[in-house]
Unconditional design. Structure first.
Length: 478
């Protein structure tokens, strides 16, 4: 998507769709310049349509050739703060995709660098649809050009485009069916983004087993499509200011193993690799932005299926760090994959590790579909991640991580068991992961709620969301 600014007036701009931001409770004043084109009836019409400029509220009308654009979209910006601008830009992107508008004029007032970036990213999120498998007649064109009418910070364009592309990559990976994205093809995608300062190494199942990664091996052994271990490494040209590891759960399809999911619960389990998708999308964005932070992207990829060779209840696994795990539920598989990855990442000499996973339904029960649960004992890390989320317009909520709950994970035959019961399920899952981190500061992000939407929400289409790509990129570049 090409992005530019123009000094033309909004009414003279030739584009397929003109979107104009309208502040809350200032509707009449905001449309004064358009009244002549609409015979003086626009403000009255908006009042009749109960348009009040609430964030993301929209009203659209044909212009009958009276201005340069054939279609006008008025979109509320609320108080005009960053979240209001984000909501408005997102709705403009969504409307443009629904209407097939290829050139969009966006008049949201003067925007600073941070707000310009949020507007571009939100527009791209709204303009996204996964229609690869739809008939040609059911597809709408995406926007090819976005034109800011008025002041916007052009220096932020390239970074916003890089982040948007990273988030789109993550969304595409989640939305693809499991027949298209499985451990080998996920690794192929990771290798495909290598270049410049980003290198990628992939291990097959034999090397995974030889490295003592009993969790990844066990989860993936029931599938004909064997697991992969992916290590992406971005190294800046100069001396890095810090070293970070991102770890993503890459269960490309989760049937639950012998703790079999019901059919309804299995329907969207292609999304169980959303953590890995976020890591891969972030690594692509980092490759293009080139911050002075060294970043390792670690993914364990496996399919959790049933066969004669699948791992079983009561098995005792030996993990990468030598600890043994007693299996009480084969559907608590993501933490086994992450455990080996976290142990590996702990040996890379990084300052901090952040893992991302669609880990527990318990976190969805606690926080719903739109908040990421954050678990960490490190206050500065929690604060910096929360700051990145606030800047990106994503929602993180810090959850408790009481060590007393480790009692629930005590095992009879192994070092630890892989589930702690229904009570506090998201907490005990995080505590399980903590057993495999040795040294660096660590935070676990449970993205089970926001990673995949069964129904569209505001300007975000249903399906994969690419959650946390924007947050992590800001955190890594701050």
């Amino acid at each position: 998507m090409n992005i530019r600014c123009t000094t033309e007036s909004a009414t003279e701009l030739n584009c397929d769709l003109l979107a104009i931001g309208v502040p809350k409770d200032s509707v009449a004043a905001a449309v004064t310049s358009l009244e002549d084109a609409f015979g003086g009836a626009l403000a009255t019409t908006l009042e009749g349509d109960e348009f009040k400029g609430e964030p993301g509220q929209t009203a659209s009308y044909p212009t009958f050739g009276n201005i340069g654009a054939p279609r006008l979209l008025l979109v509320g910006i609320g108080d005009g703060d960053a979240s209001g601008i984000q909501a408005a830009a997102g709705q403009a992107g969504s409307f443009a995709r629904k209407s097939g508008a290829e050139t969009v004029g966006l008049a949201l007032g003067g925007l600073d660098a941070a707000t310009t970036q949020r507007a571009i990213e939100a527009f791209a999120v709204g303009n996204y649809r996964f229609d690869k498998y739809k008939a040609e007649t059911d597809r709408k064109a995406r926007a090819a050009e976005l034109v800011f009418v008025g002041d916007a910070d052009a220096n932020s364009f390239s970074g916003a485009i890089a982040v948007s592309r990273g988030q789109e990559l993550a969304r595409n990976l989640v939305n693809e069916p499991a027949a298209a994205i499985y451990p080998e093809t996920l690794a192929d995608v990771a290798q495909g983004i290598a270049g410049g300062s980003l290198t990628v190494e992939v291990w097959d199942h034999k090397k995974i087993a030889a490295a003592g990664m009993g969790g990844i091996t066990a989860v993936g052994q029931g599938s004909d499509r064997k697991p992969r271990f992916i290590h992406m490494h971005y190294k800046p040209a100069g001396t890095p200011t810090r070293k970070i590891a991102l770890v993503g759960k890459g269960v490309t399809f989760d049937a639950g193993g012998y703790s079999l999911k019901p059919s309804a619960g299995m329907q969207t389990m292609r999304c169980d690799m959303a953590g890995s998708a976020a890591v891969i999308g972030t690594m692509q964005a980092i490759r293009d932005i080139e911050p002075n932070t060294e970043v390792h992207g670690i993914v364990g990829a496996a399919e959790n299926l049933i066969s004669g060779g699948a791992y079983k209840l009561g098995d005792v696994l030996t993990m990468h760090n030598g600890k043994t795990v007693e299996i009480h539920n084969t559907d608590a598989e993501g933490r086994l994959v992450l455990a080996d990855c976290l142990s590996y990442a702990s040996k890379l000499g990084v300052d901090a590790i952040v893992d991302l996973a669609t880990l527990t339904g318990a976190c969805v029960v606690a926080l719903g579909d739109h908040y990421v649960g954050m678990f960490t004992q490190d206050d500065p890390l929690a604060e910096s991640l929360s700051s990145g989320a606030n800047d990106a317009g994503e929602q993180i909520w810090r959850m408790p991580l009481p060590s007393a709950y480790k009692e629930l994970l005590k095992a009879e035959w192994g070092t630890i068991k892989n589930v702690g019961g229904r009570a506090g399920g998201a907490i005990t899952a995080a505590l399980f992961l903590s057993e495999f981190v040795d040294g660096p500061a660590w935070a676990h992000l449970d993205i089970a709620g926001p990673a995949f939407l069964d129904k569209g929400h505001k300007h975000i289409a249903s399906g994969g969301t690419g959650t946390m790509v924007r947050t992590l990129t800001r955190w890594l570049t701050s």
